[in-house]
Design a protein around this ligand. Structure first.
Ligand code: AMP
Length: 301
């Protein structure tokens, strides 16, 4: 089977303030960041919805990156918008406003071609939409999902159901604690593994990543950076590098998972160096490999 990732998630207009600058209605959304990173490893098709106000230049930009945007539907109404800010703790985004807009009534219909996708990534969006997409895919070899506190608080039941159907669950540290009811992250991961997935990946921003399966644990720091500009999308970009590499590797074992975590961390390190996905969009594959080598030097002992 030819490999292709089908990703569903938000395609958004973000208004963000960080200690270093601000931006209004920038191209964002979980599926956007995910696909900009995953495309380095495998072909990616996005399923999402935007409103009539969504600038066509953003869609053109995704297309130029080689992302298949035929599954991004344009509906009457306003595009999903997220407004947030960061103070000097860049690990924690503070949400000021979430406007679901056209996502509120989105009923994804997957094309016959996309139903054959080999790999499915359910990026952060309403778990009912994630489930609806997953149920339309014929025989996915690997399925992963991400989420955030907004959905843990408003759609916990839907998320619980989804976790029974995915191989890999990704979330950040505070979401893992909130969803599991455990403060300690080892206990939180065990509780999340008990909900269904084979692998739980906990993102800790600048403090790196913890990866838990029933058989092994892998811990990696974040790539060391001098300049962090805007952390928005770092989690989704990590997921793109991580899941993209696993798709390319074609197997889910300890060695491929360890490498996938490093590729995810490297893509995320490029993402935080600019607003939106500007840095990742302009990236060359050689730059990824050079940080990969440097990562190895930094962490070998
Ligand atoms: P990250 O920084 O990787 O956690 O993700 C940031 C992106 O998530 C932003 O571009 C937002 O547009 C998007 N986002 C924020 N809240 C939600 C939500 N409730 N559902 C889906 N996407 C969201």
């Amino acid at each position: 089977m030819k490999k292709r990732i089908l990703a569903v998630g938000s395609v958004a207009l973000d208004t963000i303030k960080t200690p270093f600058g601000s931006v209004q209605d920038a191209l964002g959304g979980s599926a956007t960041f995910f696909s900009a990173a995953a495309r380095f490893f495998a072909p990616v098709s996005v399923v999402a919805v935007v409103g009539e106000d969504f600038p066509s230049k953003h869609l053109a930009r995704l297309k130029r990156l080689g992302v298949d945007i035929r599954g991004i539907q344009v509906d009457k109404g306003r595009t999903f918008r997220w407004k947030g800010f960061y103070d000097y703790d860049l690990n924690a985004a503070k949400t000021l406003k979430t406007e679901l807009n056209v996502f509120q009534n989105f009923k994804p219909v997957i094309t016959p071609e996309h139903r054959n996708a080999s790999h499915v990534f359910l990026a952060n969006i309403d778990p009912e939409i994630q489930m609806s997409v997953l149920s339309q895919i014929k025989k996915p070899a690997l399925v992963a999902c991400d989420t955030m506190n907004y959905w843990i608080e408003s759609k916990r039941g839907g998320l619980e159901k989804l976790l029974k159907k995915v191989d890999i669950f990704l979330s950040n540290d505070s979401e893992s604690r909130e969803f599991s009811g455990e403060y300690n992250l080892i206990k939180a991961a065990q509780a999340l593994l008990a909900k269904g997935p084979k692998l739980v990946v906990i993102k800790k921003g600048e403090h790196g990543v913890l990866c838990f399966s029933k058989n092994f644990t892998f811990v990696a720091p974040a790539y060391l950076l001098e300049t962090i500009f805007d952390p928005t999308g770092a989690g989704d970009t990590f997921a793109g590098g991580f899941f993209g590499y696993l798709t390319k590797a074609g197997r889910l074992n300890e060695a491929s998972i360890r490498k996938a975590v490093i590729y995810g961390s490297i893509l995320a390190s490029y993402n935080v160096e600019s607003f939106s996905f500007d840095r990742v969009a302009g990236l060359k594959a050689t730059a990824i490999e050079s940080r990969y080598k440097h990562f190895r030097q930094l962490t070998s002992f």
